[in-house]
Design a protein around this ligand. Sequence first.
Ligand code: SF4
Length: 348
Amino acid sequence: MEVQAKSILSGRSLQYWRIAQILVGIIGLGIFFALIFFPEIGIHAFWNVLIPVAPALFVVAVGLWRNVCPLASTSLISRHLGLARNKKLKPKQQARLQLISVILLLLIVPLRHTIFDTNGPATALIISVLALIALYISFRYDWKSAWCSGLCPIHPVEKLYGRKSLFVLPNAHCKSCVKCVNPCPDSTPSIHPLTKKNKTLSLKIAGTLIIGGFPGFIWGWFHVQDYYNNEGWEHLILTYSYPIVAMLITLILFIVIKKIIINKYEILLINIFATAAVSIYYWYRLPALIGFGIIPGDGMLVDLTEYLPYWSPILLQILTTLFFAWWIILNKKETASWVIRPPYIKQK
Ligand code: SF4
């Protein structure tokens, strides 16, 4: 009973969440317009501030992001206003959307080197396209089933990294649960991309791809440079081949180990691969942000090479890797749900 009481947001606490959603939405809009009218600022704000913060946020408090993500709030406007059609997706359709979301992620991310990392309006365009798709499918289908827990290309990463939340927040979008998706990633403790609760083939493929392939994919991605002035289109094959080949190597490794080990170690294996993915990301990303990147200038927010000792990036790399290994693998914290499930109601 106590959990249910806390799960219903109302009055002042609901207002606070709405204010937080509006504030994050305004920041999101600010970045969006900066990408178009002040591309240099917009690119730094989006690719070199917002995106580098996101994986760490997914690791420690993915529910917070799920509650305030501007794209989620945009996509759910029709539902909040009571205009959505609330069509139910069949489990197979839901699973297919999740497989497409992994494929979208793997297709879009390499294009950062080709165009998005260096071209503000192009980044604004892809955000607009994703926002329109999110708006349309969330208007047609029930709650978060089609976008936030379906087609959103960030969702597979949330499920991979969001293994242990620092705190469990109320659900700031769903006032009541209509079981729009099963299992609900927000409300199911211990959710991960290969959850046994949905055995659809598409979900198995999506889960295996993201868990096994993502560490290699990220490693390969960081070994390709950013291209300027449309030059990237000439290097498209190279841009994709590095992350895809590295992805196949870790994917095969994951599949082989998973076949060998006994079932009770499967979660440990998933946690190790999740840790590897997020650690590799920050291993390369943090030094690049302060000017120590392996490809000079790429992804640099501020050049601190003259002010920091040469060993500072190594210290950052060791500390972040130790932190993620502790948080995701060693920490005995219960794997709680991202947010509290609101009370269930039967939809008419
Ligand atoms: S809490 Fe219920 S309504 Fe909300 S996303 Fe999860 S399953 Fe859907």
